[in-house]
Design a protein around this ligand. Sequence first.
Ligand code: DGY
Length: 434
Amino acid sequence: MGRSRDAKTAIDFKRAADILKGNDRGGYSVPTDGLYPFQWSWDSAITALGWMTIDEHRAWQEAETMFSGQWDNGMVPHILFHKDAESYFPGPDVWGSEKTIPSSAISQPPVWATAIRIMYEQTSDRSLADRKLRELLPKLIAYHEWWYRERDPGNSGLVCSYHPWESGMDNSPAWDKPLSVVPEVEWTYQRRDLGHVDAEQRPHKPEYDRYLYLVDFYKRHSFNSQYIYEHCPYKVVDIGIVSILQRAGDDLLALCRIAGHDEGVRGLEEALAHTKAAVGYLWSSERRCFLNHDLISGHAIDEVTTATVLPLFGGLADTEQASTMVDLIDSWLNATKVGLSSTHPSSPRYESQRYWRGPVWLHINWMIALGAEDYGYPQLARRLQDSTRDCVATSGFWEYFDADTGEGCGGDNFTWTAAVALYWLATSQQAART
Ligand code: DGY
């Protein structure tokens, strides 16, 4: 299903805008037609940045619609099932969360406050942005509080994840070991993803069996946070989530200060400081990056992936760690045709085109480039941006790109790929932090 590279060298930004418009379902965007027919949280946040370049009102709507599905406890679900769709499995009946807007029962990397800060700072409609920020701030704070309260009840400083889907990097080899102890679901089901995408580019059945066991587990235990924390067979400190939450927390603090919104600020400051103090525990001098940690086995997960260098984005590395990771990324980029591959190519589990086991995702490049800029490595940021531009210019707007060939993989006409192109590649403007 992947499309081979042709001689195109320029990005078709008109087409990128058309993809956003074509995937608009009225106030929210689907990642792509058929394969993903609902609203996904981190897709939506990245998509809002793309909308900013064509229709600011629509960009804020993307956030409003997502937060309209926020749970009473503050969680923003990873999927909102706004309308029925037969083309995706597992749907709302399998999740069984029975909310007004049917949803999944897990979250996704919390990139929203970062996106909203960028939208607020780059707006050309100040009064619209002020109004929207006032409405969204309490919801964002409740979301961040949810992460610290429900996903780190022991107050370790490091929040945890209960499902590979929560990482957004679903099939990363980093989750192989922690997932291997999860039982397989006993009922039969029919996957729908394989009707849209080549099986070579998607997870295997044993992984799906375990993904679904976990979905069932939350439902069987009535989404009881305390019970799930104590008994969930999959519990991982995901350095990608930790890093994204940290940056988003910094951005949220900045937004609170701008808006003179004091509520929740003290708790947020303490949580950010606590994470910063705790994260050193995940550093691996041998691997030259941070590592994910399996809370069930008690072991570090020895797999170098794009998540393990995201502490650059989160501002969680000290200067020496940052320089070490920059060297690692430089050599990593040399090892594949396009980069940054989602798993380091030296890993025995690397597969250049299988979902999160090797392919390149554009929004991850953007995040790492922002982190590199912040730490004073503009050349690395430029290399990442150039590689990102090359993927889109030569292959189009695919979900992800084969790291060894640059061919497009997964879903075509993909919303966040178009959004990253519009927001990051159409201008040389870096959203570097002030
Ligand atoms: C899927 O179904 O592949 C999604 O990534 C889950 O969120």
